[in-house]
Design a protein around this ligand. Structure first.
Ligand SMILES: Cc1cc2nc3c(=O)[nH]c(=O)nc-3n(C[C@H](O)[C@H](O)[C@H](O)COP(=O)(O)OP(=O)(O)OC[C@H]3O[C@@H](n4cnc5c(N)ncnc54)[C@H](O)[C@@H]3O)c2cc1C
Length: 460
């Protein structure tokens, strides 16, 4: 199939490298202000499933590598790592089936849209913490969303999917039909060997009350905060989300240059306001003295949660991010992250160290195979290409201090550009199974994968 034929056959748009506006379009497809250096030869913006099938067949017929693109939010911009980028953000249907408490969700549906639509119907889903991320790559990588302790890692709520395979055929997979493909949909991330054009997801009953409380400490109190958290969270229910955020104080605080704070943020997803308050009050009952600021229990429905998270990650900034799971001491991890944070080159960078309740739902058997009781993410945020090196070096140095304690990293927010990463995304068994599934379902390697990316980088 020629490119001209592809263009004629699809309902959406297709553009190639020689067309005016190609570079600008590619840059626009990546959310990070730091854009990938190389651009794909072709971009197909699918308007329907048939467009996706045609694009995959075009790539296969010409020996080209396909790279699916959802919202372009994966920080290193890996969605452009192919010859033919197939953008599925236009597939944004959303059908809620009230009877079966499930929904058909197009890959282009964003977290904020899904949360709002479900809320109107008294349902909920473990949507991610960033409003603009679509379910496309979020669910495929695992999905560490709100209330994951009670609702689980989001990909385990995927009960079926429609997938365009390497030969361009569309398959509907679920537990009884194509279960090994569904197994991979749940967490393969960029190692997946198809394009998801629809997710069938199980829904949760919406919590009657989502409430939060925040206690802010100085960095000198981090050790006692860490030790207290470990004890307090040991008896916490699964519906309590607990995160320590290390960041610069807001400008109105007029703090000295380089100052930072350690904020304990707890959110309860409860069946009543009374229960939410009780859970939060019990958590903070023995909180260490010395908080410099306290926000008492307040209602934080999903739209308020998104307002709170979006201020830290404005679009247009340059980002590099890395994460780790760990079963080591929360206090120790917090200490190492706080120590590293003090040396950050950019005051806008921030770090999160979350601690899961021991009652949190454990993931089942799926490609998503790395987890721990602690989840830590470091978000490096800056302006100016001239500052790339210093900020990325800082991220890697800080991670190297914490990584000896890691059980794995999370593919959705991983520093995939780093050579020789010591911490794995998938367990060794999953790596083997994924590679045999890739050989079975994509024998000609039509879809890019992390190995293909690495081989291309070293050949360049
Ligand atoms: C500000 C911010 C906050 C975030 N917060 C969270 C969070 O709270 N929890 C969390 O879990 N993650 C979070 N993430 C990470 C995010 O979920 C992942 O990076 C995810 O991959 C983004 O989805 P995307 O569709 O934009 O991926 P893209 O960047 O478009 O694609 C990345 C890769 O995913 C694969 N892919 C994407 N869509 C498909 C598809 N339909 N079919 C097949 N392959 C596909 C492809 O291999 C592609 O190369 C956050 C990201 C940002 C930028």
């Amino acid at each position: 199939m020629e490119f001209a034929t592809l263009k004629r056959r699809i309902r959406g748009a297709a553009i190639e490298v020689f067309d005016p506006g190609h570079k600008e379009l590619c840059d626009d497809l990546i959310w990070n202000g730091r854009k990938p250096a190389s651009h794909p030869r072709y971009v197909v913006r699918a308007a329907c499933v048939e467009d996706v099938q045609t694009a995959v067949r075009f790539a296969a017929a010409n020996g080209l590598k396909v790279s699916p693109r959802g919202g372009g939010h994966n920080f290193p911009g890996i969605a452009l790592n192919g010859d033919v980028v197939v953008d599925v953000s236009g597939l944004d249907h959303l059908h809620i089936d009230m009877k079966s408490a499930s929904a058909q969700v197009g890959p282009g549906v964003t977290n904020v849209r899904l949360a709002a639509a479900l809320d109107r119907n008294a349902y909920a889903f473990p949507v991610g913490h960033c409003a603009t991320v679509p379910v496309s790559g979020y669910l495929l990588g695992g999905g560490v969303g709100w209330n994951s302790g009670e609702w689980g890692i989001a990909c385990f709520s995927v009960i079926g999917a429609d997938v365009v395979m390497a030969d361009g055929e569309l398959r509907r997979v679920d537990e009884s039909n194509g279960s090994e493909i569904l197994w991979a949909v749940r967490g393969a991330g960029p190692e997946f060997f198809g394009i998801v054009t629809n997710y069938h997801v199980r829904l949760q009953t919406a919590p009657k009350a989502i409430m939060s409380s925040v206690h802010v400490y100085l960095p000198s109190d981090a050790q006692k905060v860490g030790e207290w958290a470990e004890v307090a969270m040991a008896s916490a229910p699964a519906n309590l989300e607990f995160t320590v955020k290390i960041s610069a104080p807001p400008p109105e605080a007029n703090a000295p240059a380089g100052a930072f704070v350690v904020a304990v943020i707890a959110t309860a997803f409860a069946t009543s306001e009374h229960d939410a308050r009780e859970t939060l009050n019990a958590l903070f009952a023995d909180a260490p003295d010395g908080a410099v600021e306290t926000v008492d229990v307040i209602p934080t429905p999903f739209n308020a949660l998104y307002d709170l998270t979006s201020v830290s990650t404005p679009k247009g900034k340059r980002y590099a991010v890395d994460t780790l799971w760990s079963d080591a001491s929360f206090a120790e991890i917090l200490k190492r992250v706080v120590t590293g944070y003090g040396a950050r080159p950019s005051m806008e960078s921030f770090a999160l160290v979350a601690l899961r309740s021991p009652l949190s739902i454990e993931p089942g058997d799926a490609a998503f195979s790395r987890i721990g009781k602690v989840f830590s993410s470091i978000y490096t945020v800056w302006d100016g290409v001239e500052n790339d090196q210093a900020n990325m070096a800082w991220l890697r140095e800080t991670m190297m201090e914490v990584e000896p304690l890691a059980t794995g990293t999370y593919v959705g927010e991983s520093d995939l550009e780093r050579q020789g990463r010591p911490v794995a995304i998938h367990s060794p068994e999953v790596v083997l199974k994924l590679s045999s599934l890739r050989a079975k379902y994509d024998p000609r390697q039509t879809f890019r994968s992390l190995d293909v990316d690495a081989a291309r980088t070293s050949a360049a």
